[in-house]
Design a protein around this ligand. Structure first.
Ligand code: GLP
Length: 240
């Protein structure tokens, strides 16, 4: 059963989650953090930025959930760049200890397996930050994804491409494929922290926490995990 925390706003959620991450790093300086992109986790990174001053993050490791396939790695919206801009640089992490799935077409056949091996050799993910798509996706695991899936290439739904078009010049510029940790990869993390804000996420949140456990709502996979914290504002909690 997930612990659901309803907060007044995203900034408060950011503080709560950042405090949990600082506790983790203090306990285990070489902890492994699962980081997410999208707008939802930004308040967490902002609150972390204000708190990492007194914490040694030199050994911290991080793995991102996903990446677009075929995107120019120098594109400002490649997740490699987003993670560098929002996480690595502001928090002063060692770039060598932060990985994002390789979305380059060259080598894409083996990229998923290599990513899984890297996570395993780091000892697995201690705390995985998750957002949720309006269609219930986590990472880029769109409806229909297997709960046993591991990092692999997927096709983005039109809905997700439209949702993410705001980061590109037009929806046509949003890549059609992605490489994402699978639901099985995500479920292997030791603690899942799912965040969602705004009424647009209310249905997805309700489906994930209270709906049937079904591949049609990938977020519902979190019900299979024994340590889940969901942090939502009133609007995102409104369908619970
Ligand atoms: C993106 C990401 C997900 C993210 C979701 C929600 O497509 N791949 O990891 O959780 O969409 O994005 P946002 O937080 O901007 O609403």
């Amino acid at each position: 059963m997930a612990e659901v925390v309803i907060v007044p706003d995203a900034a408060r959620a950011g503080v709560l989650v950042a405090e949990e991450i600082v506790r983790l790093i203090t306990r285990r300086p070489d902890a492994v953090l699962g980081v997410a992109t999208g707008s939802t986790p930004l308040p967490v990174y902002e609150a972390l930025r204000e708190r990492v001053g007194g914490v040694d993050v030199s050994l911290l490791r991080a793995f991102a959930l996903d990446e677009y396939v075929g995107i120019d790695p120098d594109h400002p919206e490649s997740y490699r760049n987003v993670i560098r801009r929002e996480v690595v640089e502001p928090l002063g992490l060692d770039p060598e200890r932060v990985r994002v799935p390789a979305g380059a077409l060259m080598g894409i056949e083996t990229a998923g397996e290599e990513y899984e091996e890297a996570i395993a050799s780091a000892g697995g993910i201690d705390l995985q930050i998750l957002g949720i798509g309006t269609d219930g996706h986590i990472g880029f695991n769109e409806p229909g994804s297997s709960f046993a899936s591991r990092t692999r290439v997927k096709t983005l739904t039109q809905q997700t491409r439209e949702d993410n078009a705001r980061f590109f010049e037009s929806v046509d510029d949003v890549p059609e494929h992605c490489i994402t940790q699978g639901l099985g990869t995500i479920l292997a993390a030791r603690h899942l922290v799912l965040l969602a804000f705004g009424a647009g996420k209310a249905e997805a949140v309700a489906g994930a926490i209270e709906g049937p456990v079904t591949a049609s709502v990938p977020g519902s996979a979190i019900q299979l995990h024994s340590h889940v914290t969901v942090v939502v504002d009133e609007a995102a909690a409104s369908a619970l």
